[in-house]
Write a protein that binds this ligand. Sequence first.
Ligand code: ATP
Ligand code: MG
Length: 316
Amino acid sequence: MVKVVCKALNVTKNFGKFRALDDVSLEMYEAEVFGLLGSNGAGKSTITKIMTGLLNADEGKISFFDYELETNYRELKKVFSVVPQEISCYHGFSVKENIRFFGEMYGLKGKELKEKTEFLMQWLSLKKFEDRAAKDLSGGYKRLLNIACSLVNDPLIIFMDEPTVGLDPRMRQLLWQKIKELKDQGKTVCLTTHYLDEAQALCNRVGLLVNGRLVVQGKPNELITKYGGYRILIMKVSKIIETEDAEAIKSSFKDEQTEIIGQTIIISFNQEHSLEKISLLTQWLVGKGYEVQSSTIKEPELEDVFLNLTGERLRS
Ligand SMILES: Nc1ncnc2c1ncn2[C@@H]1O[C@H](COP(=O)(O)OP(=O)(O)OP(=O)(O)O)[C@@H](O)[C@H]1O
Ligand SMILES: [Mg+2]
């Protein structure tokens, strides 16, 4: 049984005449990474701010566990935290001072505050810069400090708004690892991202926002099966395919889109049963005297789901 830890119900938000969110409902479960996906301006930061009480909705409500955010903000503030899209730590303070400062704001003191600060600096590879001013950190380490400051109160639910923007591949991997560790500890991470490979690698479920509307939410694999479209086979054989063989292939794959150009066969398959068909095709070609030189299968990805549902690519 999944346990719902945070819920947005029929949330609408207008900025003047512009509708930034339109009837958005979503749920996040215990111990999962939930990905909020969408292009620039889709409404990701707006729904994140509304779910964390930084902005009021015009309509709809937010609840954590069974408690409404609006009427229980002070108590609920202890169970979640936000890593905002903008760097929010104090530029003049050192790494250590920043984490301590945020800890003090959450009421930590003495030994507990010292241990928590040390732990977070170690855990996020910040210890070596503990006395360096935040403004003198590289962009990537500023992001890690931003995260450390938001984790100091040991929240159960963490909203991270585009935490990996501007990180180099090594730093991105480090942060992915940390997000997985948070999930393994039973925490819920709501991750806003433009990177669909990141969402596919990290998220248990995702929600796709398009122009302020949540068009779909679910497990990446289920969305790929349902909306990802075709699995594409590109096969190259040792000699030009004779016309009658090309006709035979096309007629035995009449339910698929098949193209045969010279030595290359390209078939777009529905995702069911296609591996079996590819194996039969290979055997048939070998029997006809063709040697298979290369065979590539391009599986549909979240990017294809985005493309099929919106007609646009979400480029990283
Ligand atoms: N305070 C505001 N006043 C007016 N319009 C706003 C305000 N905040 C956000 N918007 C608009 O609402 C829309 C959604 O903005 P939001 O920041 O939620 O998008 P996003 O999905 O987070 O985009 P990005 O990927 O660029 O961070 C945008 O068109 C934005 O310009
Ligand atoms: Mg944003």
